[in-house]
Design a protein around this ligand. Sequence first.
Ligand code: CA
Ligand code: CA
Ligand code: CA
Length: 882
Amino acid sequence: MVSIDIHYYVMRKFLFFVVLLAVTASRAQDLQLNDREYFERQGVNVLVFSNSFNGGFNDEKNSGIEIIHHGVRTVQGGAVRLNNTPEQWDLVPTMTSRKVDRENGTIEVSLRYADYDFDSRIVVTGKGKSVEIAVWLDKPVPEKLAGEAGLNLEFLPSQYWLKTYTMDGRLGRLPRYATSQTVTRPNEEKPRQFKGFRTYDDRGTGRFVDPLPMAAGHDLTLATDAPERMVRVSSTDAELQLFDGRMLAQNGWFVVRSILPAGKTGKVVTWTVEPNAIANWIREPNIGFSQVGYIPSQPKVAVIELDKADTPKTTASLMRLNADGTATEAYKGGIQTWGPYFKYNYVKFDFSEVRQPGVYYIQYGGTRTNDFLIDEHVYDQITDATTDVWVPIHMNHMYVNEGYRTWHGEPFKEGYLQAPPSDHFDLHRQGETTDTKYKPYELIPGLNVGGFFDAGDFDIETGSNINVVQNFIRTWELFHPQRDETFVSQQQRYVDLHRPDGVPDILQFIEHGTLNLVAQAEQIGHMAQTLSNSILDNYHHLGDAASITDGLHYDPSLKPYEVSADGKRSGTPDDLWAFTTRSPQLDLRAATMFAAAYHALKGYNDNLAERALTQSKRLMAEATELINTRRAARRTQVDEDFSWIDGIEHNPNAKPDKKRQALMARSRKNREQLGDMATNLQLYGATKEKQYLDNFTKQIWDALELNLASNMQTALDAIPYMDEDYKKKLRPYVEKYNAYVQDFDKQNPYGVPIGLGNWAGVNMVLNFGITVNYAHIYYPDIVSKDEVYRVANWLYGCHPYHNYSFVAVVGAARPKQVFYGNNRADFSAIPGNVAPGLLFRKPDHFENFDDWPFLWGQNEGTIAGNTQYIIFGSSLKNIVND
Ligand SMILES: [Ca+2]
Ligand SMILES: [Ca+2]
Ligand SMILES: [Ca+2]
């Protein structure tokens, strides 16, 4: 009996626990508002304006209500919007307040469209496995927006296309390509776009295109055939419409939308949104390693990114592929814990011991990586795709051919017009005056020569092009690469890839960049800010650059789309503009670059070299005078300006101590009197005039005291011109820099600086990599060779989110497939491109899409960044091969 009683007691206790567990478990299955202010359950994160529309480029597809669904941010753009399928330059709301009420499990945001004096509130409430999204109005929708304003939520096409859906029980399949229906409506009915610009060319019809819904009803389930993507949206008080945003713009998303009712206030639209969660889902480990492979002697450490709920394994193996196709375990080693970093947990697997050349893969639990090489020659080709393919394709004002394929015809044959005073859509503007002898809209002759496309767009950013020429000159002077894989004829305006022409390509790239920049200085009198599109509807061009404009001079006396009888002019205002507001700082940068270009080009193109030198001297004198005049005028207004020492170490909020203040004051004074130290150093390199070196020497030590990390590169760049004493004096700073480098191992699991901005930080990482390489070259006893692989590992696959190489490189086993290049509409890449990398979304998500190229913050490559990569890659190869 006793035993039975005890048994009964234990049973009751047990049952109680089972019930308790079930209750806890079901609560754990509910969406909970967590400490980081988003709704969370395993496999589902619902973010409510953790990321706000920032207005820079309007709709960056990065904001509003977002869902990270089984690790992928597949839903965003949840907000009150004014269009069925908002485009990038359609108006976005400003978030005027955000309240998190943890007690009641709600997040409330207030949204405002100032252009229409239209305010609304969105309240998101966790309700079991769903969230309720409700729109509240204190005043009815303004009359002008009635029928236009609605609650929108956007779904990532590449994760939803080809999947099935149901709307009120009716079946459908989301299409791979946009082929739904549209209507046209009078332009007056279209809500205003960004700064009044227009994304479309209406061909004189006075009408805009508006997509029609693919489906409508009250209960929609998307991806009924894919549990990891399945989301149910239902509403009892509003009709749901499903649109395809790609009808208007290739970067559009699938949109679920309910129009806000006219004339009503209070809670006007209510949705229940339930993202499906796969039971006990745990994210697959992301094993970060170098897709390019490893040389036998280098450290080889894989960083493994794990779900918080995952239990780390104790060991991993390096498997070697044998000649007969079988695999054997080459090494088995322990897993080291690194710890948590943002939302994941990190461990490491060190297989440095393995030095035998061969083909390997990593086996960690049930996860097997793709194979990679260990071999002496893995880095030999890392810059070839960039120099042989990416760079020549970005040569402006040339016809570019590759084998059977034409990349683009000769763009902008009609040249560039003087920009009138105006605002612009790509972060620059033309000031009140033109600062030139040209009248607004007048043709500025001679600018359609040389230069490089900026990035995924086709403008010439002067500042970037100056960097590009400098990067090429630096590569040329340091490494003298004789590689010749490109035919360049300035006379024929023709470039042919993979056709040697007897001239080293780098020299031809220096020449091409200089040609445009010298033309700017000669024709305009100073440097243009940019040569860019004048109309938004040809700025977002995707396709052959030669078809952006009609190649005919714009003639306002003709009607739009009309061509003159002689066939040389048209009434279509598509010509690009030169934005010519004078910046003496930009002129100074150009002057330095021209001096260096003179040296690089002398003996190859003497005429261009002389032109560059002439402009260098003139701009140097004029800009210095202008800067001093402006500085004197400003002195009374701005007392302290320390912006130039901004950098990782500089904390603008920290009040510097007395000693530092004195140092800052002295640095500023020296800088004003002697000029920028890096500029002085470059000028010394170009002219060998001693005064420049003296100006540099007077400043470098203070600069290193103030900001070691930012100024170390300049200090190292001086070594070839300096004596042994300088090198000795620099030693303790290099020792400190080495400690700074090592410290990154504590800051994050990957050991490199990681940016959290709206543009992922590849430039910062490359700068870091270049400086580490040079520190090793000059001080191998302080900065060991092992350090130079940090950035290589990061770039080629050892990073968060996925393990693909950020460089579309020759040699990588698994490079990224899609980039934000000018062929992005084809879900493609231009070989040799370097992605910005991992975009950080607040509060804790890193992301790099490899099936959706359209987010520039993570996938666009720039001409300045890619030429910086050439320096990084060249220096790495140099170190490895020594
Ligand atoms: Ca641009
Ligand atoms: Ca060549
Ligand atoms: Ca034209």
